[in-house]
Design a protein around this ligand. Sequence first.
Ligand code: PMP
Ligand code: GLN
Length: 390
Amino acid sequence: MSLKITGLPTPPIISKLPSIGPTIFTVMSSLAVEHKAINLGQGFPDYPMSEELISLVNQHMKAGHNQYVHMNGLPELRSVIAEKIYYLYQQHINPDTEITITPGGTYAIYTALTTVLQPGDEVIVFEPAYDSYIPNIEINGALAVLIPLVYPDYKINWELVRKSITSKTKMIMLNSPHNPTGSVLAKEDIIELQKTVAGTQILILSDEVYEHLIFDGMEHESMLRYPDLLERSFVCFSFGKVYHCTGWKLGYCVAPGALTTEFRKVHQFNCFSCNSPMQFALADFLQNKESYLTLGAFLQKKRDYLLQLMKQTKFKPLPSHGSYFQLYSYKGMSDESEKDLAIRLTKDYGVATIPTSAFYKDGKDDKVLRFCFAKKESTLEEAVNRLMKF
Ligand code: PMP
Ligand code: GLN
């Protein structure tokens, strides 16, 4: 059934995103459901989230915390975030003027871009890039200037960044830990970034939704550590990603007062205020530092378990130092495109993954698939049992 009342044609509209269809995550998850495949594609955990956090939501709902909270986010939650930032990065952030709670990281990124971009502006984006970045830039009439990360480590070529800067460059977008590659920014990258933006009007959008999910004893090189970078940054986070509740769609944006004031003008007429019981629950939960200090080790164990299991297959791992993801190469195993192979593995072998080519505007194909290891051990075992037959 579809809407058909008078039989007259629907008035035509001009698409703002003419070349965009459903995201690769939607496509691969639907295919996984259709073929009853194990879903190592879209990034979401299949293990339970914290019982304590669930019961805190429950308690707050029962206590009547079910009405709008402040449009900038529950003050107690913003305060505990500011405390966490000071504890982890030794940076004083004003929770009243520099933190805004948002319905997820994606929304925070979209809002930041919409806040600053004027038609004709240029934004430097590193590819492979999370799928929302380029459409978010283009819908604002701006241009994404694409710079490839260098395969197979996916490092930034800073010389190329400097050569790509023009008088129209409004912003550089960063993502660490990185989706889809699991690469992370190093101190040398920060020094290069500082050199690159010093004396310019260039802003930074730093997508840090995988903040705590960093491995191998590495430090998360957050913009929050560096005042000279932070004073020109929107830094975006996701509670859903780090606390294993992606369906909650709750996150936040940290930015200096002048940027936050403008960000909130866009936010107040698009969302106004986010889900209140979850904010109350997180404000309690984050009081305990263990809630975030244990996350990296928890996910690292899963990355390592998948790595060990995958030795039984012919897939070759590329380095992953953070996020939910690891890339595996199938060079020499098949000449198929990443997309064709991802579809075939889902249909014929019962394991869904994500083709990395979906993160490139021109579909660059290095014969690598993205695996999500944020799964129960039994899920990873069964998936690899199936992949061993390939
Ligand atoms: N950025 C990246 C790199 C992501 O992988 C995700 C995952 N969903 C997001 C942003 C968005 O997070 P959220 O689900 O909170 O919108
Ligand atoms: N961030 C998730 C991923 O990369 C997916 C979120 C989404 O489906 N938009 O898999």
